[in-house]
Design a protein around this ligand. Structure first.
Ligand SMILES: [Zn+2]
Length: 307
């Protein structure tokens, strides 16, 4: 039973541009950047929202962000707040009362921030997470079962555990407070959230954004952080870097041709960390950038804004 559960989790967690079920669509990476060849609908980022306050202005609870699936908020509570939750999830709050939270690709529409104040009172701020229309393709081919055999899992399990352990590391990084920048600019060859349905059976959705600036092009840290993983040769991800930005937020960079950082190293926003490549399960040179906040997979485009 445990094995089955891990396999199921693995299938979800590894839903990158590299899964067997989405390998085909990566052909687009090899296509010339013709203006007409842009069938994907770019998600339209919402304008930043004004700070929304609780009914009682004295509570000073507010937040800004992208209140949509795959989006995020940065907020402020009184520095002496006892705790802050997003629904059931306890948030990390820094000394000045700032916090970060995000919404999974499949998040429901109703959300609520709940702050417990030192005087024992509770302040609740309900809000709505706007659903998005994902790029979903229905194809009349059977879903491939690759990636579920015992032999495959024997090789995959230690990789999966290494990624999981890296993402659970708490480094105290504060990059989450910054305005994120693009790790590299270039043609977007795959948007976040797209998915194929194989004869009614959903494949894994695309868990990050694919940027195809060309093979070997350097990429940089989108925000300050600590390198919690920098290793070569993962069977799906290839050469992989994971950076913790603090507050539960981390970035993964897949398929690199070169790693320019080492585990444990602190990096600053804009610092060179590696080169774009096509290692692991990839059909052409590109950078897959995945962003996670705790268990939620979020859309990098909503943190950076358009290029
Ligand atoms: Zn990808």
């Amino acid at each position: 039973m445990i094995r089955a559960a891990i396999l199921a989790a693995s299938a979800l967690a590894l839903a990158a541009c590299n899964g067997a079920e989405v390998a085909g669509e990566e052909q687009v990476v090899l296509a010339p950047p013709a203006a007409a060849a842009t069938p994907e609908v770019a998600p339209k980022p919402l304008p930043p929202l004004p700070v929304s306050s609780a009914p009682d202005a004295d509570t000073k609870i507010g937040f800004v962000g992208e209140l949509t699936q795959g989006g995020w908020i940065k907020g402020q509570v009184p520095a002496d707040a006892v705790s802050v939750r997003l629904g059931e999830q306890e948030l990390e709050v820094d000394q000045s009362g700032q916090f970060f939270a995000a919404f999974d690709r499949d998040a429901g529409s109703a959300a609520q921030l709940i702050a417990l104040l030192p005087n024992g009172s509770t302040v609740k701020v309900p809000f709505t997470i706007k659903p998005r229309e994902w790029n979903i393709q229905r194809v009349n081919v059977a879903k491939r079962g690759g990636g579920s055999s015992e032999a495959w899992w024997k090789k995959r399990e230690p990789e999966w555990l290494a990624i999981k352990a890296a993402r659970e590391k708490v480094t105290g990084a504060t990059g989450w407070k910054q305005q994120f920048i693009w790790p590299v600019k270039g043609r977007i060859s795959g948007h976040f959230g797209r998915q194929r349905i194989y004869r009614g059976e959903p494949g894994s959705y695309h868990s990050g954004i694919d940027i195809a600036p060309g093979n070997g092009v350097p990429f940089v840290a989108p925000a300050d952080g600590v390198v919690v993983l920098a290793r070569k040769g993962f069977s799906l991800e290839g050469n992989l870097i994971i950076i913790d930005h603090g507050a539960g937020l981390n970035s993964a960079f897949l398929h690199a041709s070169k790693l320019a950082v080492t585990e444990g190293q602190s990096v600053t926003q804009g610092q060179y960390i590696g080169n774009v490549g096509s290692t692991g399960r990839s059909t052409g040179p590109h950078l897959h950038w995945g962003l996670k906040w705790n268990d939620a997979r979020i859309d990098p485009l909503l943190l950076t804004g358009p290029q």
